[in-house]
Structures are given as structure tokens and as C-alpha cells.
Write a protein that binds this ligand. Structure first.
Ligand code: F6R
Length: 239
């Protein structure tokens, strides 16, 4: 694991954006695995700034997001479709046909999950997977469990995750209890992984991720087995 210790969130965002932009410059048709949440917003802002300066071109890039809440349509302000449009897609020259997120309104979830895995395969897998880290060690919405789940699947969100994400909803009762998430196999098959972590509240989960036993109870700990992981974290998170 390459660990980049940065001063604060702004420096984490710049470093992560540097790694992603290098990927796009070296391979303009890169397949990027993307995350939502607070962690990558600064990274996306930096990428947008470089795009606006003319230093980055997203026209050949494909993206595959990690997850989506069950039951939320793309135009729901709390959906991850909406988040990605707001924080990245609407602000760069990405081709709308090359962006992919699970469909939270799919009627047949099993088919939706299988289709998502086939789509990842047909794109040749992920070149660079951006990840945030849950307080409980989750990546995507792969929650602590007795075993890892390989493929895209329906997940019941843990109480911890529901509480952590309630800040973005008008009430905790509005937070969906289920989501569709990419599984551990697609994440681990990414050629490169970039984990961005910020804040003292993530320090315990990050410590277990890097130094703890590899266990599905701390899903991110499996990243210890990946040959090309970069962790970009601030001083508060990397104690
Ligand atoms: C989001 C995702 C989650 C978040 C994690 C951290 O697509 O898959 O794993 O990355 O919950 O969220 P933040 O960054 O909001 O602390």
C-alpha cells in the first residue's frame, strides 16, 4: 500500500485529483470507478477546475459508480445519480452514455445486479477505483459481515451507515434502508485503487484497514491484498 499523508482535506483532494488526472492523461479512455459521499467532493472540484483550464479531457472516459440507494430515482436529490451529476458529470465533457450507476428503481434487482456485473466486464474492468471509507470500514456499501460478497448485490444498510448518512436527508426516517452495491470482486479486480480518507472520526476504521486482520468484519481490510492501492489521508485520519 502506498500511503500519502496530507495536511488536510484540501491537500487530500489535490493529491487524489493528481492521481486521477495522471490516469486520464496516460489513458484517455480510462474506466474510472467512482464514489459518492463527502470524501471525494474536493477531488471532483479539483478535477473540474483542471478541466475548465483545458488540462483534462473526459470525452473518452467511462465511469462506473459503486452504489445507489434502493428506491431512489435518478432525479431524486438524495440519489447518487443526482449527486454525480451535480458534483462532476454536469461540469465536465463526459459522454452521458459512458456513465454507469446501478438503477435504484429496477423492479428486478437480481437482473439489475447481473447486468451491472456484465457491463463492468464488457468495459474490460476498472482501471482506477476511487473509494471512500465508512466509519465501520465499509467500501461501496459492502457492510461488515461474516463473509465477503463477490458480485453486485442488494445490501441492508447497517444502523451505523444509516446514521452517518442521515446528515444528507431531512430526517433519518427518509434514509433508504437498502442499496445496490458493487461487490468486492469488481473492486479488487480494479487495476489500481485510490482510497481517500479525511477526519479523526475515520482514524479507527483506517487503522484497522491498514494494520488490522483481513476480515469481512472490516471490509476495507481486504485492500491489504491488492497489489496497487494508494491511500490518501489527512493527518487527523492517519494517526
Ligand atoms: C459512496 C460509498 C461509501 C462512502 C463511505 C464514506 O459511494 O460507496 O462507501 O465512500 O460511506 O462516505 P463519506 O465520504 O461521506 O464519509
Amino acid at each position: 500500500m502506498n500511503i500519502y499523508k496530507e495536511k488536510d482535506y484540501a491537500a487530500v483532494s489535490r493529491r487524489a485529483a493528481n492521481i486521477i488526472s495522471a490516469q486520464i492523461i496516460q489513458k484517455p479512455d480510462s474506466v474510472l470507478g467512482l464514489a459518492t459521499g463527502s470524501s471525494p467532493i474536493g477531488t471532483y472540484d479539483q478535477l473540474i477546475e483542471w478541466y475548465q483550464k483545458g488540462d483534462l479531457d473526459f470525452s473518452k472516459v467511462s465511469t462506473i459508480n459503486l452504489d445507489e440507494y434502493l428506491g431512489l430515482a435518478a432525479n431524486d436529490p438524495n440519489s447518487y445519480h443526482y449527486f454525480m451529476n451535480k458534483h462532476l458529470f454536469s461540469k465536465v465533457n463526459i459522454n452521458a452514455e459512458k456513465v454507469h450507476l446501478p438503477d435504484g428503481t429496477a423492479l428486478d434487482i437480481e437482473t439489475e445486479c447481473n447486468t451491472y456485473d456484465s457491463m463492468i466486464g464488457s468495459l474490460g474492468g476498472i482501471d482506477l477505483q476511487l473509494l471512500g471509507l465508512g466509519h465501520n470500514g465499509h467500501i461501496g456499501f459492502n457492510e461488515p459481515s461474516d463473509s465477503y460478497t463477490a458480485g453486485t448485490h442488494l445490501v441492508h444498510l447497517s444502523q451505523n451507515t444509516i446514521e452517518a448518512n442521515a446528515r444528507l436527508f431531512s430526517s433519518i426516517n427518509d434514509v433508504p434502508r437498502k442499496a445496490i452495491t458493487m461487490g468486492i470482486r469488481s473492486i479488487m479486480f480494479a487495476k489500481r485503487i485510490l482510497l481517500v480518507v479525511s477526519g479523526a472520526d475515520k482514524a479507527d476504521a483506517l487503522h484497522k484497514t491498514i494494520y488490522g486482520p483481513i476480515t469481512p468484519q472490516v471490509p476495507a481490510s481486504i485492500l491489504q491484498l491488492h497489489p496497487n492501492v494508494s491511500i490518501v489521508a489527512d493527518e487527523a485520519a492517519l494517526r
